[in-house]
Design a protein around this ligand. Structure first.
Ligand code: ZN
Ligand code: ZN
Ligand code: ZN
Ligand code: ZN
Length: 172
């Protein structure tokens, strides 16, 4: 469209580079290019960032933060309901959730803070997580006392909850 805006004497740095291979696009004569996000792509460079398959720009694509496309087959699946996420996704590092599915297992409230607790049982808001931790600590202490007074040797300690704190990274 606006290829005529080059001035005489300007070096050819005005050529855009391909979002895939970083080579300068072959200007007007270079055949079809794909315009996606803020970059142009050679047709053969326009591939899904996840599976590497060639994709077409009119397909149902997601765009990553770095501008790369992801094909419909590789869109996120919700860690709670396992359905595809086609709109906003909440990213927790290794998992994604529908915003509506990103709820505390205990109080069922939507988790909107950036910090939450991820356990083997699911995700919890920090309020519920603290309560759970306090409860299980009391539990363990009470149990420990009982065990000591009863049978010193029997070690039936509960496994500690595998609770790592997650951080919400970005909202696409
Ligand atoms: Zn390229
Ligand atoms: Zn893909
Ligand atoms: Zn979901
Ligand atoms: Zn909660």
């Amino acid at each position: 469209m606006n290829n005529d805006t080059r001035f005489a004497g300007t070096p050819s740095t005005s050529h855009p580079v391909c979002g895939g291979c970083d080579n300068v696009m072959e200007s007007e004569t270079g055949g079809t290019v794909i315009s996606f996000g803020s970059a142009l792509w050679h047709i053969e460079c326009f591939r899904c960032a996840e599976c590497g398959n060639r994709i077409t720009a009119d397909a149902d694509l997601r765009i990553l933060a770095n501008g790369s496309p992801v094909c419909a087959n590789c869109t996120y699946h919700c860690g709670a309901c396992n359905q595809k996420i086609s709109d906003d996704a909440i990213m927790t590092g290794d998992e994604s959730y529908h915003p509506a599915c990103f709820t505390c297992r205990a109080c069922a409230r939507r988790i909107e803070e950036l910090v939450f607790a991820k356990t083997i049982r699911g995700i919890y808001c920090m309020d519920c997580h603290r309560k759970r931790v306090a409860r299980s600590r009391r539990h363990a202490e009470a149990k420990g006392k009982r065990d000591k007074s009863a049978e010193g040797d029997r070690k039936t300690k509960e496994k500690p909850q595998d609770a790592g704190l997650g951080t919400m990274q970005s909202k696409l």
